[in-house]
Design a protein around this ligand. Sequence first.
Ligand code: ZN
Length: 305
Amino acid sequence: MTLPLPLESADELALGHVGRLGKWCGAKSRNEVFEALRERIGIRGTGVTPALHAVAIACGIQPDQYVGRHSMLPFTCFLVSANLTLGRCAPRWSDPVVSKIGCLTPLGLPTFCARCALEQRDRFAYSTWVRTFQLPGTLRCSQHESPLLQAPDAESFMKQPSDVYASGRYLTLPARKWSYDHPAIVKFAACAREMLATSRSWPGDLVRRRLSQRAELVGLRTSRVGSSPLLSDQAFDTFPIGFLEEFFPVPTQRTGGLFVPAIDCASIRTSNAPTGVAIALAMSLLYSSPREALNALTLASQLDP
Ligand SMILES: [Zn+2]
């Protein structure tokens, strides 16, 4: 019997795909699915091959391709350190990274659009968890304009969103101190989606260097000391404070020119690599559109592989 394959056209999240595989093989938990698939492809033990790689191999999909197109790693772990043994031009998430955070989602709780889920169930007889709905800053479905809903626990990824909706066991998203249609947040969310859509990891050194050069070009400070405004100053001027407080440890009393590590690490070299949220924020502040930002990074990686 053929395994259900991930629905790429629907941007299906791997965890939801694993849930559908669970239904197919009669497994009740995610770990039972991984165990069944490892057995099917002849891999023993949990420490060798990351679970998502085992799913990919069982489905006949190249593991890096499956992880890139169906996990949240292209957003949550956008940057990776160049690994000379793998070739600088082909950075990839290491097996420990895929094992440790490949199954995590930025929001934690499974998030869905009820109308998308019901329409999809009517069309395919099942519904899928969509990756872009799991991104921070996204509160509504762009197709239906309807507020997104959440399942009450992470285990619900084993069910289908249409079933969660039918059960009535869902939550509305918590009220925010910021509005989803604030222009800066709309642009931030578009950057996050664009990062996810690249379906790959990016070389950390190169991207940070490019963002720093861009910050300098638009008149921002690229060192801790100086009189020019910082990227974080621009963030405070552009974003609602409630949004920044939700995603970054920011000072409650803002002082212009004060280095905010969680934000400024995207444009100033620090030992801490910027998170996916920090990269999306920097892209939205430094470039006119997410496409322009990604084109600049693509060009940079082609010139300096
Ligand atoms: Zn929808």
